[in-house]
Ligand binder design. Structure first.
Ligand SMILES: [Mg+2]
Length: 243
């Protein structure tokens, strides 16, 4: 039986990916700073590169361009003789731990997705990511459990833009008013989901707290944007199953 939310049956759940279903910080050593390492490989000054890179990440989130190409372009503009070997090294720095996170999701997350499907729910993914972040998606054990996956770099829209939510809901064939959105709250995704009319907006905070991405105070602020606050995705089947 589908859970009942707001007077009708819930038909689908849209999940955020990073820090919600998977977390690269579970694999990345605490001192592994990507911008610092890329700057070292390219032999460019770290401070200015970091500033450039933060701007580039926003652009790459809505473009299929390769992140390593953007880094090489920066180095070439500063007279560095960089080639394919530099590109491969940058690619590895940017993607190594994203790959591991996608390839080795926690078993309880996979089990939760199975349980949610047993409740008759369609499952979708909406991730703000650049191409390198999600290159391993096709190999992820999560993939068979999701009916639709929308990545900002390929759809050209990022949360909290309405067009991003619209894209994944269209793929699921479900209206926002019959769907739940579940995420760690990065980039205003929960407030965006609420504005878009999702029947239920769920904050999951456990991953971001464990990895040090957010502190308790930041999580409390995000609570105001959600209808429900759970430690993790693995708690969803129990909560929804009772509705
Ligand atoms: Mg996230």
């Amino acid at each position: 039986m589908r859970p009942v939310i707001g007077g009708g049956p819930l038909q689908a759940i849209v999940f955020d990916l990073f820090h919600t279903l998977v977390d690269p910080e579970d694999f990345r050593p605490r001192d592994f700073d990507r911008a610092e390492r890329v700057a070292a490989v390219l032999e460019v000054e770290e401070g200015p590169f970091r500033e450039y890179w933060e701007g580039e990440l926003a652009r790459l989130a809505v473009s299929p361009d390769r992140a390593s190409d953007a880094a090489l372009r920066y180095a070439r503009a500063r007279g560095r003789a960089v080639g394919p070997a530099h590109g491969a090294a940058v690619d590895d720095i940017l993607g190594r731990y994203q790959d591991l996170a996608l390839e080795r999701p926690r078993a309880e997350v996979v089990e939760a997705l199975r349980a949610l499907r047993r409740l008759g729910l369609g499952l979708g993914l909406l991730s703000n990511a650049h191409e390198r972040d999600v290159r391993s998606w096709e190999r992820s054990p999560l993939r068979p459990h999701l009916d639709a996956a929308a990545f900002s770099c390929f759809i050209g829209h990022a949360k909290p833009e309405a067009a991003a939510y619209r894209s994944v809901l269209a793929r699921l064939g479900v209206e926002a008013g019959r769907a739940a959105f579940v995420g760690d709250g990065g980039g205003g995704e929960l407030a965006g989901a609420r504005r878009h009319g999702f029947a239920l907006v769920v904050l999951v905070s456990g991953q971001a707290l464990r990895s040090g991405l957010r502190d308790r105070g930041q999580v409390e602020t995000l609570e105001a944007e959600a209808d429900l606050h759970l430690p993790g995705v693995e708690d969803l089947p129990g909560v929804l199953g009772e509705r």
